[in-house]
Design a protein around this ligand. Structure first.
Ligand SMILES: Nc1ncnc2c1ncn2[C@@H]1O[C@H](COP(=O)(O)OP(=O)(O)O)[C@@H](O)[C@H]1O
Ligand SMILES: [Mg+2]
Length: 315
């Protein structure tokens, strides 16, 4: 049986208290060499994320600190190393091309050692102002289309480099106050065509091939994106492909429940939009859009129809 590696039990979230530093952190956590810690902006099963100011330059940045775990050993350290390595592939080391505006820029990975042994890593990246889509999701359908288009274009960039994000979900998309969407968290990212050796994903968004040790490719991102769009627009997730608590990884085989078509739950949104989302969520990768380009062209057509409806209403 495959091992379930997922982090929905302790879903990353932001701190809602006054100083943002959280009540359970110890002071040492807030002293990051070379950086002034301003706020704790997120916590995950694997990490704590701080908003910091680089002392030397005054730049605002974010640091994802990942520690060696007493339960999981260096597994999370390996994840963050692989996250940074994916960032390096995406960021085009030759510097011939501008980095994609809708993907978080990762700057460096610093190892913190105790008695010569790596005890934690600091992943230093751009700080993204805004809220993730779990924290704030009260957008109108045209606003959602604008957000999903930006995420799809980030995916087009990733797929063109033969990579897969493999963890598209609302809390890995930050939307700024001006409506700009940024894709974060490349912890599960890998080369297209990778066969998974463990289940990696989050319950509401995981694709069948991420459950049963299948091959992950661009259609996996299309499913994860579809599942995220479904949840955000329907207000409820697709029927689960994995059980609530870690258990039989072959649960999916017994899972025959079909999702309620989105057009039935949201008759107010264009049918082409609802149908696109359902197509992205097909269990069989061969029935999904085969490329993110197809998703982008439908979303662009939906965007045009919203603009035309707005103009017609104004005249
Ligand atoms: N660069 C960043 N700028 C601002 N907020 C961030 C940044 N990176 C992460 N966060 C916040 O922290 C949360 C958890 O970060 P994430 O990288 O997804 O951690 P994990 O790998 O544990 O899932 C995110 O959902 C987001 O709200
Ligand atoms: Mg995350």
């Amino acid at each position: 049986m495959l091992k379930i590696v997922r982090h929905d039990a302790t879903e990353p979230k932001r701190n809602g208290n006054g100083n943002g530093l959280g009540g359970n952190g110890n002071m040492a956590e807030h002293e990051i060499r070379g950086y002034q810690v301003l706020e704790k902006v997120g916590t995950g099963a694997r990490s704590v994320i701080y908003k910091v100011r680089e002392k030397k330059t005054g730049h605002l940045l974010a640091i994802k600190r990942v520690r060696r775990s007493s339960t999981y050993g260096d597994k999370f350290l390996r994840h963050v190393k692989s996250e940074f390595a994916s960032g390096q592939v995406l960021q085009d080391p030759r510097g011939t091309e501008a980095f994609h505006p809708n993907i978080v820029m990762m700057h460096r990975l610093r190892a913190n050692r105790r008695w010569l042994k790596v005890d934690s890593y600091d992943l230093i990246m751009d700080y993204i102002e805004g809220k993730n889509l779990d924290e704030q999701n009260h957008y109108t359908p045209p606003e959602f289309v604008r957000i999903f288009l930006q995420v799809s274009k980030a995916l087009r960039y990733i797929h063109a480099r033969n990579m897969v994000h493999a963890d598209i979900k609302p809390n890995n998309i930050i939307v700024s106050s001006n409506g700009k969407a940024t894709l974060i968290d490349f912890g599960f990212s890998c080369r297209a065509g990778t066969r998974l050796s463990s289940i990696k994903g989050t319950r509401d968004y995981i694709a069948p091939e991420q459950v049963d040790g299948g091959i992950v490719d661009e259609r996996t991102d299309i499913y994860n994106l579809g599942a995220a769009m479904y949840k955000l627009l329907a207000g409820r997730p697709l029927p689960a492909l994995i059980p609530e608590v870690n258990g039989d990884a072959h649960f999916i085989a017994a899972q025959k429940v079909a999702a309620v078509p989105l057009h039935k739950l949201r008759p107010d949104i264009p049918r082409s939009f609802a149908d696109l989302i359902m197509k992205c969520c097909e269990k069989d990768p061969a029935k999904r859009p085969q490329s993110i380009l197809e998703v982008i062209s439908v979303l662009e057509a939906v965007q045009v129809s919203f603009e035309q409806a707005k103009q017609a209403a104004a005249s």
